[in-house]
Design a protein around this ligand. Sequence first.
Ligand code: SF4
Length: 487
Amino acid sequence: MCGIFALTRHPDASQMAFLGLFALQHRGQESAGLATLREGIINIHRGAGLVSDVFPPEILGKLKGEAALGHVRYSTAGGEAAANIQPLAARVNGVRVALAHNGNLVNAPELREDLERRGAIFQGTADTEIILHLLAQAPGADLGAKLKHVSGLLEGAFTLVLLTPSHMYACVDSLGYRPLSLGRFISEADSNGSSWAVSSETCAFDLVGAKFERDLMPGEMIEIQLSDGALKSSYLPDSGSSANEQSRRCVFEQIYFARPDSNLWGQSTFLFRERLGAELAQQAPANADLVIPIPDSGVPMAMGYARASGIPYAVGLIRNHYVGRTFIEPTQNIRNFRLRLKLNPLRHVIEGKRLVVVDDSIVRGTTSRRIVELLREAGASEVHMRIGSPPVKFPCFYGIDTPKRRELLAQQMNLEQMRENLHVDSLAYLATETLHGMALPAHKSAQGNSGFCDSCFSGKYSDSFAQRRLGEEPAQIEKSGRNGVMS
Ligand code: SF4
């Protein structure tokens, strides 16, 4: 759960990167960082907090440069320590390098142990630092060759962007878990359009005025020469010639994580979610008066459900967008206090109504259960919960922060038990096959695979390391949790 934005050959590179990170803020709110290149020198400013906190005008004004690499972080590996804030920087064979990473390495413990045994000293605990150590030891005439060598040692998800005084490199692992798009600034002064941008999501291009060019393919590496903007594309050694054959794009990016105004892997995220909602209406109809979303992520799915079912769409919950992460709860006795900070039901809409309540997913179930309580307190006569994805039964080891198996509601209960636990009149999920059917034909493999990863639904992982990580955690809940279910 991180976002990367970088650009080259632009007179306002740091300002543009700041805006790009601002657009990607939803991908990580713990910390932000920016590496800028000015006259051959790379400077880095990083800090804990939101992009606007880390880069007030007086700091941003000093970060001048013609190229920049930015990162927003939500730690899924390594914790929140300051040393883990990206971009990380090091000298690799005498060349200063700034590195930003999105994704999780599933073989990080093994790689770290091996490096430490050979004398490496780590500053932080994040898996990204491992990549810098490996680069420093890798054979190869230039950083591109070293990166290709190192990619063969990494397992799991890694979308990487590197900035050096002469080049910018970007690559996506051979299974393509995390998105990275290429954009271009076209100005009158530079009609060749050799000012490039890369971004985790296309919504950042819209904000900074870059034109979307294309997505990087699974296993693709691009190398941009900063002196003239020349761009070369090649593939990582283990990705084969046809990069789509075995791709495992994270379908949860499309379901929940990416912004609805981004295009992910050739599809509008908003329309994708709307279609999921329409499919859900066909698969799991309900007798109801209104369809309401759980805001914000459930909105497109609820619109799709309403359109396909003919049941009117309504806004039944109002979300407060200004709830800080560090708000102190004054007393545990105030029931639903935390949730009420975020969501307030519209009684005049809900009272006496049979509701279809649409959300993108259920993870622990704690929030869903409290939302149902709020709706019932506001007078809903029936609550039919519809979820626009299959049950999340397994953890993600590739960079999305899902909890351990024992904390996942669908891992601990069958559908009827979940219905009772959530206190809803009916509960239905989307079928896994429907998700796979939503992949664009261009992204389906010759074997008919959709090209989407679905490990958190199926428990089938693409590598032995993830399988091992799963085996290391207990599957059963510790019974001390609230209601005997979740803590
Ligand atoms: S396990 Fe789930 S969340 Fe993780 S990469 Fe796969 S689809 Fe995405």
